[in-house]
Ligand binder design. Structure first.
Ligand code: FES
Ligand SMILES: [Fe+2]
Length: 332
């Protein structure tokens, strides 16, 4: 419970039944990886079958953190007494008992749901209540996927999602990238189901292009974009950008609560460009945009209250208001 008596965000049991990005697949190689999700520590490793396994970061023997151990031939080995865990978290060796001796049934790790999708590792600590949002571009060979890496932001996943759904901060926060004064006025936003997995709005906008020439593929001071922005509960946002010359730039923004006020952030880009520009150059612009949001959000303390009356919203906040309404309903 927090100081004012309300439950913490990450303590809500309903949040456990959703998928969260905790790493990139490329981060899970030949060593155990420690991550924290909804306040709980987990260990990830790649088993003999090449699958990522995720389990609470606690050895069933004497509770040593398994992430302090090592991986041997795909088995996760505990640093304390050398118990080893293989595919599906099964305990395959208790050295003190000798090879081939049966292990106690409770020695197997209580693994949690894990999926590798879009180059990301998704965890669901409970029972999945919904699928990982579908990105059709992943299966379309005219698109390439670019992963950004996973960062830690000192802010709540609620503030991040609210920010990703909000276009009214662009001229104020994104002054070093694409924000321009002409965009201060936000047009009326009609909310709609954008597809099976995302709910939000579509709009057209002119944005500054001085820094984003590589991202837009255009050499003009201002470029026109047709965009959509939508959410997938609890904390995933998709932004789609369509330029008039046919280029699509799709961004999946993932916020994962480490705890109430710390979060993982990663984004994934899909683009139907000619693949000639190096991936890193393409997302330099998006990284710079993310850094502007991070700097702003880390100034704002605490969790964004889900009670609508706790903060003042205006018409440009319609998507965020609807997201908060649905998130509050999911948590009750
Ligand atoms: S605590 Fe892990 S093997 Fe003993
Ligand atoms: Fe932003």
């Amino acid at each position: 419970m927090s100081a004012n008596g309300s439950a913490t965000l990450v303590g809500h049991p309903a949040l456990r039944d959703h998928w969260y990005v905790v790493a990139e697949g490329a981060d899970v190689t030949d060593a155990p990886l420690a991550v924290t999700l909804l306040g709980d520590p987990y260990v990830l490793w790649r088993s003999p079958a090449g699958e990522v396994v995720a389990a609470p970061d606690r050895c069933p023997h004497r509770e040593a953190p398994l992430s302090e151990g090592y991986v041997r031939g795909g088995d996760l080995v505990c640093k304390y007494h050398g118990w080893a865990f293989g595919d599906g978290g099964r305990c395959v060796l208790v050295p003190s008992s000798g090879e081939g001796r049966p292990v106690p049934p409770a020695a197997h790790l209580p693994v949690v749901h894990v999926e590798e999708r879009y180059g990301l590792v998704w965890l669901c600590p409970g029972t999945p209540a919904a699928r990982i949002p579908h990105m059709a571009a992943e299966d379309d060979p005219t698109y390439r996927r670019i992963n950004s890496g996973v960062e830690v932001w000192r802010t709540s996943a609620t503030r991040m999602t609210d920010n990703f759904l909000d276009i009214s901060h662009f001229p104020f926060v994104h002054t070093g990238t694409f924000g321009i004064e002409a965009n201060v006025l936000v047009p009326h936003l009609d909310l709609e189901q954008l597809d099976d997995d995302f709910y939000g709005y579509q709009y057209e906008v002119d944005v500054g292009n001085t820094v984003g020439v590589v991202a837009s593929g255009l050499d003009a001071p201002v470029v026109h974009r047709r965009m959509s922005t939508g959410f997938n509960l609890p904390f995933t946002v998709r932004s789609t950008i369509h330029y008039e010359h046919g280029l699509d730039h799709l961004i999946l923004l993932c916020a994962t609560p480490i705890d109430d006020v710390t979060s993982y952030f990663t984004f994934v880009v899909w683009r139907n460009d000619d693949f000639s520009v190096p991936a890193d150059e393409v997302i330099t612009f998006d990284r710079a945009i993310g850094a502007e949001d991070k700097a702003m959000l880390e100034l704002v303390p605490g969790v964004l209250p889900l009670e609508q009356t706790a903060t003042v919203s205006v018409q440009s906040d319609r998507a965020s208001v609807e997201w908060r309404r649905r998130l509050a309903a999911l948590l009750t």
